[in-house]
Design a protein around this ligand. Structure first.
Ligand SMILES: [Fe+2]
Ligand SMILES: [Fe+2]
Length: 286
């Protein structure tokens, strides 16, 4: 019997593998974040798109664009990666503001990424036209890019560290409770929510801001009810949350603190525990 899979299945697998491949390259420029910036942006943007009633294909494209939105920063120097745009000098900002265009140019080479490339190209556009690179306004901005803009801004404000704080963020802070984890980001969280609310309707799409704040509020509230425990990888269940970040022996991020454990990750985690890349028991919030 012919065991070849259906060609379209093979194509789907190949698209997913390409996404994973590019996504692991992107994590290499995320040293200055607490957890994975791209995975957070991807996961939350897809959740907003779902609440807003986007089609399955659109949600998938937004999820992918979230993972790859900063791919154009690969090769940028730390002097740019570790700064907020308002801390950059003119030439650093000029270079920085090219990343959506570079990203779009990389992604458009792959036939399956046509829409993804467009979303990536537009993720720094703002609805009042003050964004870059094309100063698009309102409805001329791709709806997926409007979503990513909000989640991206939030994650940068809460989980990005500037140069002087890099050591404290990359160190493995261990929390004994979920509440302590929430408290550690409390001030930055409040500032980010404030900023998004203030700029809702000028920089950011009102509806997106509203949906995102609802989502993140419920998530943090539920997180507070969880307890932190160390459990065998064999006992890990989907829906648990990583309470610390895990890296491969060569420094590639496997899982980031605060990230939800998906069913699809569990097999991979077991393999990594067997090979000794991660401990037999991992710290989770349940
Ligand atoms: Fe960006
Ligand atoms: Fe980003």
């Amino acid at each position: 019997m012919e065991l070849m899979e259906h060609p379209s299945d093979q194509l789907a697998i190949s698209v997913l593998q390409t996404i994973n491949l590019l996504s692991s390259i992107v994590t290499l420029i995320e040293r200055n974040f607490e957890g994975s910036h791209s995975r957070f942006v991807s996961e939350k943007s897809a959740a907003i798109a779902e609440v807003m009633g986007f089609s399955e294909t659109e949600i998938f494209e937004i999820k992918t664009a979230g993972l790859l939105h900063d791919i154009g920063k690969i090769g940028f120097k730390d002097s740019i990666l570790l700064k907020y745009p308002n801390e950059m000098n003119k030439s650093e900002f000029t270079k920085y503001s090219m990343h959506p265009t570079i990203g779009m140019n990389i992604l458009k080479e792959y036939f399956a990424f046509e829409n993804v490339a467009e979303i990536v190209y537009q993720h720094h556009e703002r609805i009042d036209g003050s964004g870059f690179p094309r100063h698009l306004q309102m409805n001329s901005i791709h709806p997926g890019a409007k979503i990513i803009a909000v989640v991206d801004t939030f994650h940068n404000m809460v989980f990005k560290s500037s140069r002087d704080k890099l050591d404290s963020v990359t160190s493995t802070i261990k929390f004994t409770s979920a509440t302590a984890y929430i408290d550690s980001t409390k001030d930055r969280y409040a500032a980010a929510i404030n900023f998004l609310t203030q700029k809702s309707g000028t920089l950011f799409d009102k509806d997106v801001v509203e949906k995102f704040i609802d989502l993140i509020y419920i998530e943090r509230k539920n997180l507070g009810k969880r307890s932190v425990m160390r459990i065998l990888v064999d006992k890990v269940e989907p829906g648990m949350i990583f309470a610390e970040s895990y890296f491969t022996s060569y420094g590639l991020l496997i899982a980031s603190k605060g990230e939800k454990i998906e069913a699809s990750m569990i097999k991979h985690l077991k393999r990594l525990a067997e090979s000794g890349d991660i401990p037999e028991k991992i710290l989770v919030m349940k």
